[in-house]
Each structure stands twice: as C-alpha cells, then as structure tokens.
Write a new protein. Structure first.
Length: 263
C-alpha cells in the first residue's frame, strides 16, 4: 500500500451491503484505500466490482454500512447526535471529490472536446471561462489530443473519445478517480493508448485511483494493490506480485488461469 502521512484512508467501505431485491451484490464489504493508492478490482462478471464504484459515486444506494471519503461520511450525515441518510445536497458536495470514467464515453455529441471539458467546471465549480479553457486545454494536451480540441465526438475514434472523457473527469480536480472497464468498448488496437494515458495520470497527479479491469497485464504493472472479488466479497487482496505469483485462494488462481489463458 502507498505510504501516506496520515493513517486515515482516503476511501473507506465499512460493512457495506448492496442488494437488488433478494440478490446481494455486496456483502458487508470492508475496504480501505489510502491516499494516492492505485487499486485494481478484478474478478468474474457479476462479482460486485462495478457496484463498488457506483456506490462510491452515489449512483447506487446501499442497504447497510457506510462509505467515507477523506474521513467524511458519503452515505450519511449528522443530524443531532445520530447519522441519517445523506440528502441530495450532501451527496452532490461529496461527489465533487470523485471523478468517474465509464465503459461508454457519455460525451455530449453537440459539444466539441474542449466544450465537453469546460461545461462542468463552468457550471459546477463556477470557474471563469478563461480558467476553464486553460485547464481543459492542459488536460487535453496531457491525454494527447491537443490537435482535437475543436472536434466533435462523432469526428473522433473510440480511443480518442475515451481520452476526452478522462480529461473531462480530471477537469473537476477530483481526489479520487474511478475507472470502470474503460477499454472494454474499444477496438483492441487503441486499448494501449488509453492505458498509457491512465499510466501518465498516475505519474503526474496525486490521485487515489480505483480501477475495474480485465486487463491483467496493466493491473499487474500499474497497481499498488489488487483486490479479487467473487460473489460480492473480496476473496483476497495483496500486491500484484502476491496475487499473480502466490495467490492463497484456489478461486483466485482459477480465475487468473482462465483470464490469462485468453489474453
């Protein structure tokens, strides 16, 4: 785990339960993620990985437990001497600490790459247009799209659109970045360019990063820690070397054999 000056985790899941009717997707999940730590969530489809990100982004309500970001409760807020479920205003404020990049790019098709990146800083952060444009151009440079600032999504490749989506998330200056299978909708030849951007972001910014991925090679190279999920719970977690070379649980070894055989 990345060393920090504080013992307080940037993200904490404390006995978080998420269910859809009788289907339990997360089972009293306990997970601490340190400031600046890079964590990959791996496991079979339906194991709860993406739900972890969606609950952290407040896109899904939880049925039990609490989630904290930077020591402050995301899912609940104080009311007198007790905690009550967070209201929309509290969630919106807390969500400002978090950026998420989805499988689908979700860009505004009627806006250029630059306009996509300045919209939220202008309306949510109330930046001046000059400041928002300067920030967006710097981020588009970081993701290798300096020459595409005036292009619309329909004029960009899938990999380029995903890089705009990453720049757009970073424009909000989050402290935590979430990546949900960001290469799954891309052609194989452009997967590398998006992973290279994520690698650069990890080097240039002090960000806590959680990534759901099936790209085992990238997870192994990039992560400080890997968590293997199955049936809504973390079966085991550890350094990439431990998980890939000395996994303790047969379920983890079985999954890795199957995935690596297909890559």
């Amino acid at each position: 785990m990345t060393e920090t000056s504080s013992t307080q985790p940037m993200v904490r899941f404390d006995k978080v339960t998420k269910a859809y009717g009788d289907l339990v997707v997360l089972r009293e999940l306990c997970l601490d993620v340190a400031a600046n730590e890079k964590v990959s969530l791996i496991g079979p489809s339906g194991s709860g990985k993406t739900t972890v990100l969606r609950t952290l982004m407040t896109l899904e309500p939880i049925q039990g437990g609490t989630i904290h970001v930077e020591g402050e409760c995301l899912t609940h807020m104080g009311h007198g001497e007790r905690l009550v479920p967070a209201d929309a205003r509290h969630k919106r404020r807390m969500r400002g600490k978090i950026g998420m990049v989805f499988q689908q790019f979700n860009l505004f098709p009627h806006m250029t790459a630059l306009q996509n990146c300045i919209e939220a800083p202008l309306t949510v952060l109330k930046l001046s247009k000059d400041e928002a444009v300067e920030r967006a151009k710097e981020l588009l440079r970081l993701v290798g799209l300096t020459d595409k600032v005036d292009h619309y999504p329909g004029q960009l490749s899938g990999g380029q659109q995903q890089r705009v989506a990453i720049a757009r998330a970073l424009a909000m200056r989050p402290k935590v970045m979430l990546f949900d299978e960001v290469t799954s909708a891309l052609d194989p030849e452009v997967v590398g360019e998006v992973l290279a951007v994520i690698r650069d972001i990890g080097r240039e910014y002090n960000l806590t990063m959680l990534m759901v991925t099936h790209q085992m090679g990238f997870a192994r190279e990039f992560s400080d820690r890997i968590c293997f999920f199955s049936n809504g719970a973390i079966v085991e977690h550890g350094s990439p070397d431990q998980i890939f070379n000395n996994a303790r649980h047969e379920r983890t070894r079985q999954f890795l054999r199957a995935v690596l055989a297909g890559q």
